[in-house]
Ligand binder design. Structure first.
Ligand SMILES: [Mg+2]
Length: 381
């Protein structure tokens, strides 16, 4: 079998899909994207295709992964790792279809029968939070995630802290003692600010606090973890085993690799195995589209140290299109009491609606919101 063609589709709300075609009729789908940089990743996918993929055997996934990640002197980082990630997903999709098995079966078989997922409840508007958590509970979810705050001062004021604590109190009140909420600090906090705020969250027992520190400060992470009374999660902006190692050594409680950023199914599996040696579970990051979610689920079903899956159905970022718009059969993404069932179809387990993808408007308009402090200086989003 040989790869004959690789196409990419930039589709709303902010995704890039890739489609690998072979001379034996098998087609694989992947989702290589960096949110806000779809066109940049698309260029990288084109370069990798030309250099390594056309004419290659798609079943030699590991060899292609090695070439794509190490076959140029400058390597790594979000753009290149995300390009490889989506192509890797598509290769696994082809392998599953070729062998007539879901990807998780090829990776050792299922270790669980269902996967717990959480829903987003925004959090930028605290007034609506109670209703949003309530809606997710009524939809059967047992866990939600929210932002801790909007734009954050470099050191939180009493009002800032009251706003964060108020959100946690509301979520805990609605969820009761059996539910879970996670709080995303989104890299909006300075290290000192995180240390100041985290103790205030402890009484409400969040499942974890995400990215309390920007990923470019790994040297500060161990100190923050030691000072934090709540479990610390990070990883959506780390792209390889070597990237996550300092976070694991710093003692994070949960690792959140993104299947569309961290080298795809191949590397996320290895990241999970590395995390296992630190007794750390993984909670794959996935605010993305259907192929990324399908790839995440394949890993979740065969990974022993899996905790919970993020998914973006109904997320506040998705405007103009939804995860379900691009799949023929919606059943693989139907929630049963906040869980997703084990996919049994070959490959990634979904049927991408190729007509919908091809008909979708070429779209690359989503950009990271730009925030500023009241004095006019740059503020982290
Ligand atoms: Mg996050």
């Amino acid at each position: 079998m040989k790869i004959t063609r690789v196409e990419t589709f930039a589709v709303p709300p902010r995704w890039l899909l890739c489609r690998i075609e072979t001379d034996e009729g098998h087609v694989g789908w992947g989702e290589p994207v960096v949110e806000g940089r779809a066109a940049t990743v698309r260029t990288a996918v084109g370069e990798l295709t030309e250099q390594f993929l056309i004419g290659a055997d798609p079943l030699r996934i590991e060899d292609l992964w090695q070439q794509m990640t190490k076959g140029s002197f400058y390597r790594g980082g979000p753009v290149l790792s995300s390009a490889v990630a989506g192509l890797d997903q598509a290769l696994w999709d082809i392998a599953g279809k070729h062998y007539g098995a879901p990807v998780h079966q090829l990776l050792g078989g299922p270790v669980r029968e269902k996967v717990r997922a959480y829903s987003w409840v925004g959090g930028d508007e605290p007034a609506e939070l109670r209703d949003h958590v309530q809606q997710q509970v009524e939809a059967g979810f047992t866990a939600v995630k929210m932002n801790a705050s909007g734009r954050m001062n470099r050191l939180a004021t009493v009002r800032d802290i009251e706003g964060i604590v108020g959100r946690a109190e509301t979520a805990r009140d609605v969820l009761g003692p059996d539910g879970d909420f996670a709080v995303d600090f989104h890299g909006r906090f300075t290290a000192a600010n995180a240390r100041k705020v985290l103790p205030h969250l402890a009484p409400y027992n969040p499942l974890f606090v995400e990215e309390p520190l920007l990923p470019e400060y790994p040297h500060l992470l161990a100190g923050l973890v030691a000072a934090s009374p709540v479990p610390v999660a990070t990883g959506e902006r780390l792209y390889s085993r070597t990237d996550v190692l300092p976070a694991l050594q710093a003692g994070v409680a949960v690792l959140q690799p993104d299947l569309s950023h961290a080298g795809g199914i191949s590397e996320t599996r290895r990241i999970a195995a590395l995390a296992e040696t630190f007794d750390v579970p993984v909670a794959p990051h996935c605010p993305l589209g259907p192929v990324s979610l399908a790839a995440s689920l394949q890993v979740a079903f065969c990974t022993p140290n899996f905790l919970i899956q993020e998914q973006s159905i109904g997320i506040h970022y998705n405007t103009g299109a939804e995860v379900l718009d691009y799949v023929v059969d919606k059943e693989p993404f139907r929630f049963h009491d906040g869980h997703l069932a084990r996919p049994t179809a070959p490959g990634l387990g979904i049927t991408v609606d190729e007509r919908a993808v091809r008909a979708a408007e070429e779209y690359d308009a989503w950009r990271n919101p730009a925030w500023r402090h009241p004095d006019g200086s740059f503020a982290e989003w």
